[in-house]
Design a protein around this ligand. Structure first.
Ligand SMILES: [Zn+2]
Length: 540
């Protein structure tokens, strides 16, 4: 970052000389100048971006257990003068960082997910499966990069706001346990975003992009069904036992029969969390965990209600009881702000994609070959600004609980190009780029866009108002947000505790040490890129 007072003086001079009619033109010119300046400032922070990206990658923390991430990021933000609140909305690993200037209006929030993926530990920069610690968690989606985007943007914009006396508040927040769809509806319910004018969310991708209107994401509810039976000796007196595992399996089987009759957009999946302890003891407890995804709230609730009836049936058939049905995660399908998306997209076009090196492209090609995908390297053209999706034609897909935020205040998701195309998602392959120059450059480019959009929102005098007009008059004119979670549901903060307890001691010595190593690649001794040699074949 650097300090200049040039643009402030230039503006003061213009204000004295110019007639009032051109005040708007001066404001526009001031905004343009500050945007030029912030691009240079963010560009000079590539080291900071790289350190944050590499550090979070090395923590590899799973949902609700993002404690190293929390202490590292809030440390940076506290040093920069932000007011930190830890443990918000009843989640020990969650936090906010707030900084205000002048009147404190408008309030712009900046969010991005921070959690990893189980069993996805992977050496960065190597184009095939090679774990840092086999079976350990890792960043097999790329959630290690979004906070660098937001924080570096915010710190530079803060500097300009102080120098130029720009009113406003910056509120930085983490998407905790996004993989469990576990936090954002609680943040909304518990008032974390009260008073926020616009929420700028950002998510890793292999390209720049943003969209407005109804998104194609599925609505989701995640619930655990726990059955209670009675133990008995499985050989000596099995007739005296009542198996909770039987109930779990019958419920799963019932859902498999229902699957034939689901709409194409439906996605549903489950795991058995508790199926007993050992075969010779009839399982007294059993738990099955479902995700139900459909396009709308009503359709998703239909699935959930059907599953509750199946649980009752399974309990009746097995002589067990339903102990608890716990809603532990949820997501509305997102609807994004047209005015803010248009401003964001203008900034995407201005920043453009990073210049990829030969090594970057070689890594992408090498991985794509490894995965049996068409070799297509890295994206070189930004995508289109996407508009509303017709949900009646949806073929379904993933979900993000940013949807709940988007139905409560104007929100956009900026996708930034820090990953490679071709991975299956939630996989070691999606972690390979995430502590390499691809992630560093893509996140830096994302930070530039985010900084430009912040300046637009603080200074253009129209986008925040337009965003609320769109939100009130169009987006929510006919749709009422009904949360899946009740007033008393609690976040599932116990999730992943056992997995992280098993791995932390082994992962800790492998945390990135920026005092000793320039990059995490260097610390791990990885030559960038390392890919399997291309077979000598007809394509050369
Ligand atoms: Zn994600």
């Amino acid at each position: 970052m650097r300090l200049t007072s040039g643009s402030a003086l230039a503006l003061a001079a213009l204000l004295v000389l110019a007639p009032p009619a051109s005040v708007q033109a001066q404001a526009d010119r001031r905004l343009d100048d500050l945007k030029d300046e912030v691009l240079e400032m963010v560009g000079a922070d590539e080291k900071m971006v790289q350190e944050i990206v590499d550090m979070l990658f090395s923590f590899g923390e799973l949902g609700f257990q993002e404690f190293e991430t929390q202490s590292y990021l809030t440390g940076i933000l506290a040093d920069a003068g932000f007011e930190i609140e830890l443990g918000i909305a009843g989640m020990p690993s969650a936090w906010t960082a707030r900084w205000s200037n002048g009147t404190g209006e408008p309030v712009i929030a900046l969010g991005s997910d921070v959690d990893g993926i189980p069993q996805s530990s992977q050496k960065p920069g190597i184009g095939y499966r090679e774990a840092i610690l086999p079976m350990a968690p890792g960043h097999g989606e790329g959630h290690n990069s979004g906070q660098a985007v937001n924080i570096v943007a915010a710190l530079n914009v803060k500097e300009l706001m102080e120098r130029e006396d720009i009113d406003g508040t910056l509120l930085i927040w983490p998407g905790v346990a996004e993989e469990q769809l576990g936090s954002k509806a609680f943040f909304v319910r518990d008032g974390v975003f009260d008073g926020v004018d616009v929420n700028l969310f950002t998510h890793v991708s292999s390209n720049f992009g943003t969209s407005w209107g109804q998104s194609g994401g599925n609505t989701l509810v995640s619930a655990q069904f726990r059955f209670q039976g009675e133990t008995a000796h499985s050989a000596g007196s099995p007739w005296r036992g009542r198996s909770a595992l039987d109930a779990v399996m019958l419920m799963a089987q019932a859902w498999e029969f229902k699957r034939e009759h689901l709409r194409p957009a439906e996605r549903s999946h489950y795991i058995i969390v508790d199926g007993g302890d050992q075969p010779n003891v009839v399982p007294q407890t059993g738990t099955i965990w479902f995700f139900f995804r459909e396009t709308t709230y009503d359709l998703t609730m239909e699935s959930y209600d059907a599953a509750k009836l199946m649980a009752e049936g399974a309990a009746l058939m097995t002589g067990t009881q339903i102990d608890t049905i716990m809603t532990i995660g949820s997501a509305w399908s997102g609807h994004f702000s047209k005015p803010v998306a248009e401003v964001t997209y203008g900034n995407i076009e201005r920043v453009g994609l990073p210049e990829w090196s030969e090594s970057d492209v070689a890594l992408a090609n090498g991985l794509q070959r490894e995965l049996g995908q068409e070799e297509r390297g890295l994206n070189t053209e930004v995508g289109e600004l996407r508009g509303p999706v017709d949900l009646s034609r949806s073929l379904g897909g993933g979900s993000d609980d940013i949807g709940d935020v988007s139905w409560n205040m104007p929100t956009v998701t900026l996708r930034y190009p820090a990953n490679m195309p071709g991975g299956p998602g939630h996989n070691w392959a999606n972690g390979i780029a995430m502590a390499t120059p691809i992630a560093h450059k893509g996140s830096l480019a994302g930070a530039k866009v985010q900084a430009l959009t912040l300046l637009d929102l603080f200074l253009d005098g129209e986008t925040v108002d337009a965003a609320w007009s769109y939100f009130t008059d169009e987006q929510t004119a006919e749709t009422v947000y009904t949360p899946f979670i009740s007033a008393t549901d609690q976040p599932a903060i116990w999730l992943n505790e056992d997995i992280m307890a098993r791995w932390r001691a082994q992962m800790r010595p492998l945390y990135y040490d920026p005092d000793r190593y320039d990059t995490y690649l260097e610390q791990l001794g990885i030559e960038y890129p390392t890919v399997r040699p291309r077979p000598i074949s007809e394509d050369d």
